[in-house]
Each structure stands twice: as C-alpha cells, then as structure tokens.
Design a protein around this ligand. Structure first.
Ligand code: GLY
Length: 343
C-alpha cells in the first residue's frame, strides 16, 4: 500500500497510511487471521469493506463502551478460534477504536491491532495515541491501557456518508488542537466554515493530516502523559464530567468544557481571546454554554485522573495556540467552575 509513514513511539512503531483505500485492508491484515470490530451503523454503510472478513458487529453508542461488551467480544474471538497470531481491526469512530485497542491489549495478553477510522473524531483524535479503554458507570475511560496500534488506515472517502452531527463532533477536537498548539490552524478555521471542508477533498485531507500529525507529535514526546500530552485534555475535564451525566455528544461536551477552560484562563492566566474561541465553536455548530447541575458535575470531576489529593492539573490557554497546564487547588477550581455556571 502507498503513502506509508512509519511513526516511532517509545514502545512500538505505527504505520500511518494517509490517502489510502480501505478496501485494500487485506494487504495489512490477512483475511483468515483477522477480525474486524465495528458497529451496526458503520457495518450497514460500508458493507463492501467487510466482505468475508470475520466481523464482530456491536450496538452503536458510548453506552456500550463497558466491560460487558468487552467480555462478549472476547467470547466471539474464542468462537473464531483467534490465537496470538491474529490481528484485530477496529473500523469505526472513537467508541469502536477504544474498545478494539483495549481488547487487543488484553486478549491472550496482547495481539496485533490496527484501525480504520470512519469519523472525523476517529481520524484526528481517537485512533491516535494508544490510549484505549472503557467507561465505568459515569466515569469515562476509567479503565484501559496505553498500547500503540500497528497501523492506521486513512480513507477519507469513508466520510462521504458521515452525518452532520458527527462532522460537528469531530470539529470540536480540531478546534481543541488549534487552541492548544496551532494558531495558524485556528485562523484557517476562522476563515472557513464546515461546508468548505465537506466540499473540498484536498482541504479536508490536509486538515486531517495536520491534526493527526499534531496529535502524533504531542504523543511521541510524552507517550505516558507525564507532561505536555496533558494539553490534549483541553476542555475534557469538565467535558467528560457532563458528557455521561447528560448523554451529550462528545464534541458538545468538550466544547462546553473548552468555553469553561477559557473562562478559567481569563481569570488565571490573563487569557484575552475567549470571544474568538466561542465564535469559532459556535460557527462549527458547537454549544458553548449549558445550564448543568454544577454540584453533580463537581462530584464527578473530582474523580478525574488528572486530580492529585489537593489540586487538579487543568489545561488553560495563555493565548490561542499556546495551551498550558496549571495546577489549581480544588477549592479554588470549584468556586471558578460554579461562577462559570452561574454567569
Ligand atoms: N486513543 C486515543 C488516545 O490515545 O489519545
């Protein structure tokens, strides 16, 4: 397959195939020793991709990203008599890639795996970085591992049938990347609108590659999230708390989380560009405010993996394109978040 870029991480390397044709998957994963994992929506939309590959089709949605689904996948792998030489391929969005990577990490203590992302969010974020896992109750991604996939296969023709709400969802992560690391991309997003990217294949392909490589670079420099990788959590601390509380689409939840983080930044770093961020989020169809139960959100947020006993590492902005991690005492953080909700 053409356009291969081998990306080294500290524990393994991953082959990225940009501008690829997903129907040529067999060149990377032998049909008789591969299981594709997908959901009912993706399976119905992209039948040709699955052909006579062994396939596990799951119910769509974040509700299924739980241990019971993992157990059922493992049972089906045993039914296929999959052994350690087999490859698992997650074909879908973030929920599917998260679960596939997690099962691949634990099945027979680890088998080879790759991803074919079928959503913007999957392409620019979820399939990259090796963090894969499941939710526990209302706590998102509470259990999982960091283990890099063997390959990523990017075929943007798969986005043709992506529903509008999924485009919007994915753009939230694109805006996040621009906010924390890429001021010129933020300008590009200001100059365009969603329909420009949907219509222009080259513009879209460049945007996806730019985001995939931005995230890749951050992960390469800090695979196990001791430092800068935490920046990728911009908008996610509050976002994750309200996402499962109100069953919000991920992009909506982190968009509200990003607005809150801008509010905190204005108070703590002197950030003065909240209006620009809100305008871009709004232009790409994302909510920037919600009247949520702040007490309940706080109870969940306190359990975030970024918390230490007395404080929380929160991602703020110094300016657009320059994210910073700041340790905020828990009581101060609580007051600021309550102020944000009350405004
Ligand atoms: N799989 C998503 C990440 O590693 O961030």
């Amino acid at each position: 397959m053409k356009n291969k870029r081998t990306i080294p991480f500290s524990t393994a390397s991953c082959d990225y195939y940009f501008d690829a044709d997903a129907t040529r998957l067999e060149e990377l994963a032998p049909r008789d020793r591969t299981v594709l994992i997908t959901d009912e929506h993706v399976f119905a939309k992209h039948q040709a991709l699955f052909g006579d590959f062994n396939t596990i089709v799951l119910k769509p949605g974040e509700e299924g990203k739980v241990q019971a689904t993992i157990d059922s996948i493992i049972e089906q792998l045993l039914d296929f008599e999959a052994d350690r030489t087999w490859t698992l391929v997650g074909v879908g969005g973030g929920v599917i890639t998260d679960m596939t990577g997690y099962v691949a990490g634990i099945y027979m203590r680890g088998v080879r795996f790759g991803f074919i992302p079928t959503s913007i969010l999957g392409m620019v974020d979820a399939c990259i970085g090796g963090k894969n896992g499941i939710d526990v109750g209302i706590y998102k991604n509470m259990v999982g591992l960091i283990r890099q996939p063997n390959f990523l296969l990017y075929d943007i023709s798969l986005l043709k049938s992506l529903p509008e709400d999924q485009w919007i969802n994915g753009m939230a992560e694109v805006i996040k990347h621009a906010c924390i690391k890429d001021a010129p991309m933020f300008k590009l997003l200001e100059e365009h609108k969603l329909s420009d990217f949907r219509k222009d294949k080259d513009l879209l392909s460049k945007l996806i590659k730019r985001n995939a490589m931005l995230k890749t670079k951050v992960v390469q420099e800090d695979e196990f999230e001791k430092g800068d990788r935490k920046l990728l959590n911009f908008g996610h601390t509050l976002g994750h708390a309200i996402e499962n509380m109100y069953e919000l689409p991920h992009g909506h939840a982190i968009s509200i989380g990003m607005t809150a983080a801008c509010y905190l930044s204005a108070r703590l770093t002197g950030f003065a560009e909240t209006e620009r961020v809100v305008k871009v989020l709004d232009k790409y169809g994302l909510p920037t405010y919600a009247d949520f139960d702040a007490e309940k959100a706080w109870e969940i947020l306190k359990m975030d993996k970024k918390r230490t006993t007395q404080s929380m590492n929160y991602v703020l902005l110094n300016k657009i394109g320059k994210g910073v991690i700041q340790s905020i005492p828990l009581d101060g953080l609580q007051s600021l978040l309550f102020e944000f909700v009350a405004q």
